[in-house]
Design a protein around this ligand. Sequence first.
Ligand code: S3P
Length: 446
Amino acid sequence: MTHHSPRQPALSRRSQGLSGRVRVPGDKSISHRSLMFGGLASGDTRISGLLEGEDVLRTAEAMKAMGALIEQREGTWTVRGTGNGCLMEPAAPLDFGNAGTGVRLTMGLVGTYDMTTRFVGDPSLSKRPMGRVLDPLRRMGVQVPEAGPGDRLPITLKGPKHAVPVTYRVPMASAQVKSAVLLAALNTPGITTVIEPVMTRDHTEKMLQGFGAAIEVETDAEGSRQIRIEGQGKLQGQVIAVPGDPSSCAFPLVAALIVPGSDIVIENVLMNPTRTGLILTLQEMGAEIELLNRRSAGGEDVADLRIRSSELKGVTVPPERAPSMIDEYPVLAVAASFAEGETVMHGLEELRVKESDRLSAVAEGLKANDVDCTEGEASLSVRGRPDGKRLGGGTVATHLDHRIAMAFLVLGLATEKPVTIDDRSMIATSFPEFMDLMRGLGAEIE
Ligand code: S3P
C-alpha cells in the first residue's frame, strides 16, 4: 500500500487580473500510453513533453518492472520496448498509487499474458471499481485469483496460455475500459472487437495505429463505433511529442475567465475533439476564448488559447457532452459559481467513480463556500453570483482528488473570502507545476 505524507492545506484569495503566457504539462492520457506502447514496441520510442506527474511515473516504473528500458535525459524520454508479446512477469506487485488510467490500462496490457501480476494502489484507487475491466478480461480467459470486495484492489491476475478474442460492447462511457480490452487484444490471437456506443477519447486507437497495430474503426449512422484489432502483430517504436493537457489547461483557463481584468495565453494545448467539451460549454456561457495558431502536430490538433475575463451566463450542459469533458466538471462548476443564472449539468454518473465521488465532493465544496447548488443522482445545478460577494470562507475536503484540489483553489481567486483546501499533495499526480504556474500568472495562492 502506498505511504502517505501528512496533509498539506493550501489557500487562495481574491486576485488582481491574471496575465502572462504559459504552457501546461503534457497530456496525461497520451503520456501514459506513450510509455506503455513504447515499452511494448520493438525498438526505441522517443517522447518529448511527457507529463512528469506521479501517475505517469508509476506507469514508467511498471513498464520497467516488466522489462522495458526507460531513461530520461534533458527532457526527452527514451523507451526501449520488449517487443509485442514479450513483457516479463514483474518480481513485485505493481503499485499505481492514485492512477486509474495506469492501473486499468496495464491490467488490460498484461492480463492476457501467461503470468501472474499483482496490482495495488492508494486508498482512493483501492475504492474504485475494477470489475469494469475484469469482466471483459475474464471473458478472454484471464483468471482473477485475488480481488478485494466488489472487484477492488488489491487484485492479482493470472493470464491463460492462449487468450480468446471476444466481441465486447463497453457498457459505460469509458475510454479506460475500451483501452483495456484493446490492449488485452494485442497479446491475443485473432480479431478482438470493441463496440463503443458513445465515443470517448480516442488516443488508444490513434496511437496504436501509429505504432503499427492492425486496427480499424468504423462508425455507424448512430455514432456507435466498432473497433477491430488483430493481435500478436508487430509494434514499432515511435517519436512522440505530447501536447499540453486540456484537462490541466482548464484550471488557469477558468481562473482567467472569473478573475476580472485577466488576459492570458496558454500555449500548445491538445484540441482533439473528444477532449474539448469544456471549451465549447464555456463559449456557450459567453467566455472569450480565442483559438490561435491552430495546427496539427503528431496527428493531433493543437492550438494556443487566449482567454480574457468574461461575463458568464448559465447554460444547460447536455448529457451526451459528458465524455468530452468528463474530468472538467469540477472546474466548470467553479465557472458556473460566477455565472449569471443557473447552470445545469446532466449525465454525470461516471463522476461518482473518479479519484473521489466527484459529484458529491464538488457539491460539498461549493456549499462549504456558500455557493447555491443542488446535487442530483447524476446531475448538478449551480446558481452563480457574478460578483462573488459573500462567497468563500470555507474549507474543502479534497478526498485524495487532484482535480477537486485545483478546482477549489481556482474558486478562491474570485470569491469575496478566501478558500482553503485540506490537502494539495495530490496535485502532483497530474500537474506538479500548478501552484508555481498559477502564482506566475498573478494568482494569490499559498
Ligand atoms: C482516461 C479516461 C477517463 C478519464 C481519465 C483518463 C484515459 O476515465 O476520466 O482521467 O486516459 O483513458 P474513464 O475511462 O473512467 O471515463
